[in-house]
Design a protein around this ligand. Structure first.
Ligand SMILES: Nc1ncnc2c1ncn2[C@@H]1O[C@H](COP(=O)(O)OP(=O)(O)OP(=O)(O)O)[C@@H](O)[C@H]1O
Ligand SMILES: [Mg+2]
Length: 368
């Protein structure tokens, strides 16, 4: 996949931008706070409909502005496509594909795929479980619209159920009232669980392979620890039944505490090296290496599911890696079709020379 043209209007600190990046490696340098990360954030926004830095779309509009737009021309194996994702305060997000407005945002997913690696991704290992669930969601919705659908429906029903849990007194009639959500919650929850389990198993294999290259032979273990117990072999029906049983068992306790106690919103993903939990025992460097291995696994995951390499966005990560890890990362980048690498300093790339170098200053992007 190639990003042939990127256009921005009032996105973060960018006023107007029309940019034609090169195929291969694009290196973007510039002083701090000039807008390098914002540029990658815009590209990622086209892939996932979300920012990797904020949950609020309004944050992405340039200060003082009530709307923004990110547009692109994409070249894929199936042909070229132009898309524009616009946001304004009254309408929210609207999607235009090849000049036709699409009422459903879901039509965005799968059009552009991207993997982003930034220093904040250390929180993938160190942070709370929701960081890992969020990363998995952002990955899976890029390759699977059904996943997006089940996630949206699950979250909608969960929010309704939780709102009622907070209001209802802990009585038998409340227990009955709650059960109206069970079927649907369990159906979508089981879908998410089964899909996440399969994805983590695949990602774990690739991440371990990459991790051994990055670290000189150390095994990385990644396991999915679902809130809903799975049968062996895992089945949708099995997960649904197990979820319903849990809901049944927890109902009284849930009414007392005012929150749904089981389901994909409670899933965890565990990282280990040599069997030891990386979150509690890993050094900063080990955690960073594991996060990088996960990201490289995401590349393979997207490639294997779509048949095309995603865009690779590397935000300010190069200088923090040692030469071995830098070399490994660049070998991976080279297998891809297009990489965007930002840095505040000049960087020396011996393995994979840049196809184009760019400089960001004062709201403009210029070739070096
Ligand atoms: N909604 C917004 N409107 C205008 N400016 C914004 C908005 N959001 C963030 N900014 C500003 O954009 C500037 C550039 O941010 P960005 O994170 O892209 O910098 P950067 O070039 O990656 O810097 P660094 O090298 O420090 O990582 C920051 O000064 C930030 O305050
Ligand atoms: Mg930055």
């Amino acid at each position: 996949m190639l990003l042939k043209l990127l256009t921005l209007a009032d996105f973060r600190n960018w006023g107007k931008l029309e940019w034609q990046p090169a195929p291969g490696l694009n290196v973007i340098t510039g002083a701090n706070a000039e807008g390098k990360t914002n540029l990658l954030e815009a590209i990622f926004f086209l892939a996932s409909g979300k920012s990797f830095r904020t949950h609020r779309d309004a944050d992405l509009a340039r200060f003082g502005s009530t709307s923004f737009a990110v547009g692109a021309r994409i070249e894929r194996a199936t042909g070229e496509l132009s898309l524009v994702l616009r946001w304004d305060r009254s309408r929210g997000k609207t999607l235009t594909l090849d000049r036709t407005e699409h009422p459903r945002l879901a039509d965005l997913f799968g059009q552009v795929t991207a993997v982003c690696f930034s220093p904040e991704d250390l929180s993938l290992i160190k942070g709370p479980p929701e960081v890992r669930r969020h990363a998995l969601n952002l990955l899976l919705l890029q390759i699977s619209r059904p996943y997006y659908y089940h996630l949206r429906e699950y979250n909608r029903i969960l929010a309704q159920r939780n709102a009622h849990l907070k209001k209802l007194p802990p009585t038998a009639s409340s227990e009955l009232a709650l059960s109206v959500w069970d079927e649907e919650l369990a159906r979508h929850g089981a879908e998410l669980t089964i899909r996440r389990r399969a994805a983590v198993a695949e990602l774990a294999r690739w991440a371990d392979e990459r991790h051994r290259e990055l670290s000189g032979g150390y095994e990385l273990g990644i396991s999915y620890n679902p809130s809903i117990p799975l049968t062996d072999p895992p089945t949708l029906e099995g997960a649904q039944t197990a979820f319903l049983q849990k809901l049944d068992r927890n109902r009284r306790e849930e009414l007392r505490r005012g929150i749904t106690l089981s389901g994909p919103q409670r899933d965890e993903i565990n990282f280990t090296i040599g069997g030891r939990d990386l979150r509690s025992y890993g050094s900063q460097g080990e955690q960073r290496t594991a996060a990088l291995a996960w990201k490289l696994a995401e590349l393979e995951f997207i490639r294997s599911h779509t048949g095309e390499m995603p865009l690779l966005l590397l935000d300010d990560v190069f200088s923090e890696l040692d030469p071995r890890r830098q070399a490994c990362l660049m070998r991976e980048a080279r297998r891809g079709s297009q990489t965007f690498l930002t840095s505040a300093e000049e960087i020396k790339l011996t393995i994979f020379p840049a196809a184009a170098s760019w400089h960001v200053a004062q709201g403009e992007l210029k070739p070096l």
